[in-house]
Design a binder for this molecule. Structure first.
Ligand code: SAM
Length: 498
């Protein structure tokens, strides 16, 4: 059969209402900015290109089915989004990947449908994929299969961006800068000045940008690292050090010194986590380090040798299940149970660096799971699960929607979908998963106190699913109204679960 003729590939393109996942992820990860150009290779109906153009980006696309006459042009970022999975001919798949890569000046983003989506599709086998009811072809990839295929075909080391999405960087230095920024904590909130100072007020925006850099990296920037800010500040101060001294004056020296010390310790941990995880791609030689990272190393550790030996210690630590278990049990953030530590995704940077490296190894397999609400660290086996609770903030006892589990020993990824389950697992004591400053934490804690007083939470193992929890409420004569419990009737006899 001349399959290229028979299979209507162009019909796989949907009319998108929002930016596609690979594009929005590339924006969130700082891969794609309004300063970079984008080419969408196999752009379908062009929804991503049109949206990006409307947002002021320089974006173009080509598609053999929908816009065959468009010019295929080089760009900083090239997106090959959900294209290879619709091509039934393996040789043409490779050619398509190579053609897209040839156009990518900085990064190629490759997305394909993950294997667990195959469960929702009916069709008949065709080659290494399926012909769907609509007559289109789909190949579903496991995370490792997609990574290996990209790496072998392009002779590179791709980086898992998310399940089914990989980044391929042209320059290793760019990849390292991206990986280091992924390990770095979001900039700490910049303290407001306590005293007024005319010079500070005149340069408030640039002074705040300088403070944000210092509190994120734990050191002063070189002028070329913050070109716009430095340009402005160096017209008023003799050096960035002098500008930082003014920041210390206006903030209050005690507060500033405490913030700086904290920032420095956090930046050291971030850098060690990055260097430990960089081992998997081959840690760069000192001479190949991007300038920003080389400056971090010098300011925080004195030398690359010292930093690498500390990072090695950290990495060796994850082979020791006892040490991991110990780090879980000593964690001051997250909920500890007999077999796991559960931590809200916003608290990951607050964890012990050993657990961050453990999670980083899992993330090297899965990429960032954007839907993840809670990360589960097994204390018994080397498994990390990314759990999604879409209603975590709103629902008093949110239900588990999906779980993506990375097995670090077998190097495989397993997806479980509870979205159609009538009886999914549910959470209790939400405040125990989140950092202290998490919005709504007080409300979560007040509910827990109420539920404890009402005797609803004892023997938690027996109320872990939706049905069992509902039964416990009913048996005790309560119902929930938002984050409060309300008496309904007098309690019925204790159930078999209690
Ligand atoms: C599932 S759609 C994805 C479209 C778009 N990237 C998106 O995410 O909305 C797959 C597209 O790949 C295109 N396509 C098929 N074979 C291709 C090839 N060899 N090179 C480039 N695009 C191809 C099809 O025409 C179709 O529009």
């Amino acid at each position: 059969m001349d399959s290229a003729q028979a299979i209507p590939r162009h019909q796989t393109a949907i009319a998108r209402q929002h930016l596609s996942k690979p594009i929005s992820l590339a924006m969130a990860d700082g891969i794609l900015s309004d300063k970079s150009t984008l080419f969408d290779y196999g752009c379908g109906r062009g929804g991503d290109v049109a949206r990006l153009q409307a947002m002021g980006y320089t974006a173009h696309g080509w598609d053999p089915g929908h816009s065959p006459n468009a010019v295929r042009r080089a760009a900083d970022v090239v997106n090959l989004g959900y294209v290879i999975n619709v091509i039934e001919d393996p040789t043409e798949r490779v050619q398509t990947l190579a053609s897209a890569w040839a156009l990518a000046r900085q990064v190629l983003v490759v997305a394909a449908r993950p294997e667990w989506e195959a469960r929702t599709i009916t069709g008949h086998r065709h080659g290494d994929g399926l012909i769907t009811k609509r007559g289109t072809f789909q190949k579903f990839y496991s995370q490792e299969e997609l990574r290996n295929w990209i790496d072998v075909q392009l002779g590179t080391h791709s980086i898992a961006a998310a399940p089914g999405i990989f980044y391929v960087f042209r320059a290793n230095a760019h990849a390292q800068t991206f990986l280091a920024s992924r390990a770095r904590q979001r900039p700490a909130a910049v303290r407001r000045p306590r005293i007024r100072q005319a010079l500070y007020d005149t340069h408030r925006e640039d002074m705040d940008a300088l403070a944000a850099f210092i509190t994120s990296r734990g050191r002063l920037p070189e002028p070329e690292e913050v070109p716009g800010t430095a340009g402005q500040l160096l017209s008023a101060f003799s050096s960035l050090r002098q500008a930082a001294a003014m920041l210390r004056d206006v903030t209050g020296s005690q507060d500033w010194d405490r913030d700086l010390e904290r920032a420095r310790r956090q930046a050291e941990r971030d850098l060690l986590v990055y260097l430990a995880l960089a081992t998997f791609r081959g840690r760069p030689k000192a001479s190949d380090l991007p300038k920003g990272i080389a400056l971090d190393v010098r300011a925080l550790f004195g030398s690359y040798r010292i930093a690498c030996s500390k990072a090695d210690e950290l990495l060796h630590g994850i082979a020791d299940q006892k040490g991991l278990n110990n780090a879980c049990s000593l964690s001051h953030v997250g909920k500890l149970t007999a077999d796991a530590l559960y931590v809200h995704a916003t608290a990951i940077q607050l964890l012990d660096p050993l657990l961050r490296v453990y999670e980083g190894c899992a993330r090297a397999l899965t990429g960032t799971v954007t839907e993840c609400t809670i990360i589960k660290f097994s204390r018994i086996t080397t498994k990390v699960s990314y759990l999604s609770y879409p209603d975590f903030d709103k629902a008093p006892h949110p239900a588990l929607a999906t779980s993506l589990r990375a097995d670090l020993r077998k190097l495989d990824v397993k997806f479980t979908d509870f979205r159609r389950s009538a009886n999914p697992p549910v959470l209790h004591r939400k405040e125990s998963f989140v950092p202290l400053d998490y919005p709504g934490r007080g409300k979560f804690a007040r509910l827990t106190i109420q539920e404890e007083r009402a005797g609803l939470l004892h023997e938690t193992a027996t109320i872990g699913t939706h049905a069992r929890w509902e039964k416990r409420l009913q048996d005790r004569g309560y119902r929930l109204a938002g984050h409060r419990i309300i008496r309904t009737t007098t309690a019925t006899a204790p159930s078999a679960f209690q």
